[in-house]
Ligand binder design. Structure first.
Ligand code: MTE
Length: 305
C-alpha cells in the first residue's frame, strides 16, 4: 500500500481539481512514464499519490494560465504567449556562481537527473491583484541548494533570467535588463520554495517561464523569475528588477498581505483568472503557517511590498 505522509498544507488533489482535469493529467503522466524522455514531468504516474498544495480553490483552467502572462522581455501586454514560443527551450544551461565551493555551469537536463521531481498545486497571486491556482512540476529549491553547496557566508540567492534575440521587449530602453530577483538563503531553504520545469503535467511552456522558473507562492508573482540562466550566491542583498524601477511600489520582500495596499490600488481581494470571481486575499497568500516564522526577526522591514 502506498502511504502518503502529508505535510501541514497538503490536501488531496481531488479537493482542488475538477475531475476532467485529473483524468486528463493521469493519462498525460502515464504517457510520460511510458516515454521516459521528459524528465521535466513527474515520475509519479499514479495520480492518487500526487500531493496537492492548494486548499480551498478550484484549479484554473490551463488555457487561462497559459494565455494571460506577465513577461516583460516579450512586451508589456498580457498577450505574449504566441511570441514566446520562439524562445528555444534546449539546449539550456544555468550558470552557478558567487559564494560557492565550485562555481560551474550546469546543463538543465543534467540538473534534472540530480533532483526528484514532484507536482505541487499552488496559488499564485500577482501584485496586480489577479490570481490563479495551477499544478507545477519541478523540485524544491532546497534540492538546488544541496547541489550547489553555497558557502556558509552566503546570505542571498540571486536569479538572473534570459536575454534572447527573440525577446522584443528588451529593446524598450526604460527597463533595467536583465530581470533579476532574489531571496534569502532561509527563504530558499523553505519547503514551499520551488523550481518549476513543468505545468499541467507537461513541460513548462515558454510563456510561463520555460524551461525553468522560480515559484514562490507566498510572495507576489513578480518574485517568481522566469527563464533562469544564472544563480548567484552572495552576502549582499540584490537590487531586484522591480525595485530598481519603482522602489516605492515594489520591494525586496514582496510577501502577500491584503492589509498593505499598493500605493495605487488595494490588495484586499483578487480576481481569479477564468471565472473573474473576486475573492479575499490572504496573508502570505494563505501560506502563513509555512513561512511566517521566516520573518519574525524582521518586523521593522517593509515585508509586504
Ligand atoms: N520573469 C521574467 N523573466 N520576466 C517577467 O516580466 N514577470 C513576473 C514573473 N516573472 C516576469 C517574470 C510577474 S510580474 C508575474 S505576476 C509572474 O512572472 C507571472 O507569471 P505567469 O505569467 O506564469 O502567471
Amino acid at each position: 500500500m502506498h502511504i502518503i505522509h502529508r505535510r501541514g498544507w497538503e490536501v488531496s488533489e481531488r479537493q482542488v481539481t475538477p475531475e476532467h482535469v485529473v483524468l486528463k493529467r493521469r493519462s498525460l503522466l502515464a504517457a510520460a512514464g511510458a516515454m521516459t524522455i521528459l524528465p521535466a514531468l513527474t515520475a509519479k504516474a499514479d495520480a492518487n499519490s500526487v500531493p496537492a498544495f492548494a486548499p480551498g480553490r478550484a484549479l484554473t483552467e490551463e488555457k487561462y494560465a497559459t494565455t494571460y502572462n506577465n513577461y516583460y522581455e516579450f512586451g508589456e501586454s498580457k498577450n505574449i504567449w504566441r511570441d514566446a514560443q520562439a524562445l528555444k527551450q534546449r539546449p539550456w544551461t544555468i550558470k552557478l556562481d558567487g559564494m560557492m565551493a565550485k562555481p560551474r555551469t550546469i546543463d538543465i537536463d543534467d540538473l534534472l537527473k540530480q533532483v526528484s521531481t514532484e507536482e505541487r498545486i499552488y496559488r499564485h497571486r500577482c501584485v496586480e491583484a489577479w490570481a490563479m491556482t495551477v499544478p507545477w512540476t519541478g523540485f524544491p529549491l532546497s534540492q538546488l541548494l544541496k547541489i550547489a553547496e553555497p558557502l556558509s557566508s552566503a546570505k542571498y540567492v540571486v536569479f538572473e533570467t534570459a536575454q534572447d534575440k527573440t525577446m522584443s521587449g528588451l529593446n524598450a530602453p526604460f527597463y533595467p535588463w536583465p530581470y533579476v530577483e532574489g531571496v534569502t538563503i532561509d527563504e530558499a531553504a523553505n519547503d514551499l520554495a520551488f523550481i518549476s520545469t513543468g505545468l499541467y503535467g507537461k513541460p513548462l511552456p515558454p510563456q510561463s517561464g520555460g524551461p525553468i522558473r522560480l515559484t514562490l507562492p507566498w510572495k507576489y508573482g513578480f518574485k517568481s523569475a522566469k527563464a533562469i540562466v544564472k544563480i548567484t550566491f552572495t552576502d549582499k542583498r540584490p537590487k531586484t528588477f522591480w525595485e530598481e524601477i519603482g522602489p516605492s511600489e515594489y520591494g525586496f520582500w514582496a510577501n502577500v498581505n491584503p492589509a498593505v495596499a499598493h500605493p495605487r490600488w488595494s490588495q484586499a481581494s483578487e480576481r481569479l483568472l477564468g471565472s473573474d470571481e473576486r475573492v479575499p486575499t490572504q496573508i502570505f497568500n494563505g501560506y502563513a503557517e509555512q513561512v511566517a516564522a521566516l520573518y519574525s526577526d524582521r518586523k521593522s522591514e517593509k515585508l509586504f511590498m
